[in-house]
Design a protein around this ligand. Structure first.
Ligand code: MLT
Length: 221
């Protein structure tokens, strides 16, 4: 089966909205397409929300790609699942009328990791990303990708037992090396969405709004 119908068959939440930017919400391991909807509504009130479910099962837990162990990714599966997710997002954008390249990904943990992979493999789909509890997706880096003009926030906890500080530094370096504008917003907590950073994340999301074509340019009569 080909065409948009095939890729839209994945379970997902679509919540239309009049505000901007539209968000692509990517949940963590063991959650589902409903998990990040409240966070998305908080970060971009009234904006359209697209929230797909990860299609890989680890036991009963939904994820976006396979892993070989905690923090050890099956990179070939990550590539394949990233391309499948990109096909879904492209089909959903067409179906729901989302302008290409305006989506801001908001990913938590496993969702953050596939969001980084989406930036690496399908940069044209996203205006930027908020990566919460994020790791380095590919051992050898993001590859030849141009992320100029993309804004990315990495929000990792100092007390996260699964993410060493060097991972955060490496991920930020890889994204900056590809041209992205990266903010690293640490917090004292663990593998979690930090309430203490929500105000800054709202600001990052608003600043990443590519639905306003002349953003940053002087208005002339
Ligand atoms: C992952 O597998 O993406 C990371 O280990 C985060 C997690 O899902 O726990």
């Amino acid at each position: 089966m080909t065409g948009p119908g095939a890729t839209l068959a994945r379970p997902h939440v679509w919540r239309p909205g009049d505000a901007t930017p539209p968000l692509l919400l990517l949940h963590g391991t063991g959650a589902d397409e409903h998990a990040l909807v409240p966070l998305g509504a908080d970060l971009a009130p009234g904006a359209p929300l697209l929230s797909p479910r990860g299609t890989v099962l680890e036991g009963a837990m939904a994820r976006f790609f396979r892993r070989l162990g905690e923090g050890v990714f099956d990179e070939e599966d990550l590539r394949v699942r990233t391309d499948e997710l990109a096909a879904f997002v492209a089909a959903a954008a067409g179906e729901y009328g989302i302008e290409a390249g305006t989506l801001v990904a908001v990913g938590f943990s496993n969702g953050a990791n596939i969001a980084s992979s989406l930036l690496a493999r399908h940069p044209d789909l996203l205006a930027g990303a908020v990566l919460i509890a994020a790791m380095v997706p590919y051992r050898d880096g993001l590859g030849e990708v141009d992320l100029a003009g993309k804004r990315v926030a990495i929000v990792n906890g100092d007390a996260d037992p699964t993410i060493a500080p060097q991972q955060t530094t490496r991920l930020a370096g890889q994204l900056r090396g590809a041209g992205a504008q990266v903010s690293v917003l640490g917090h004292p907590g663990g593998h979690t969405v930090p309430d203490s950073r929500l105000a800054e994340l709202r600001a990052v999301v608003a600043a990443t709004d590519r639905t306003i074509p002349d953003r940053g340019k002087a208005h002339r009569p």
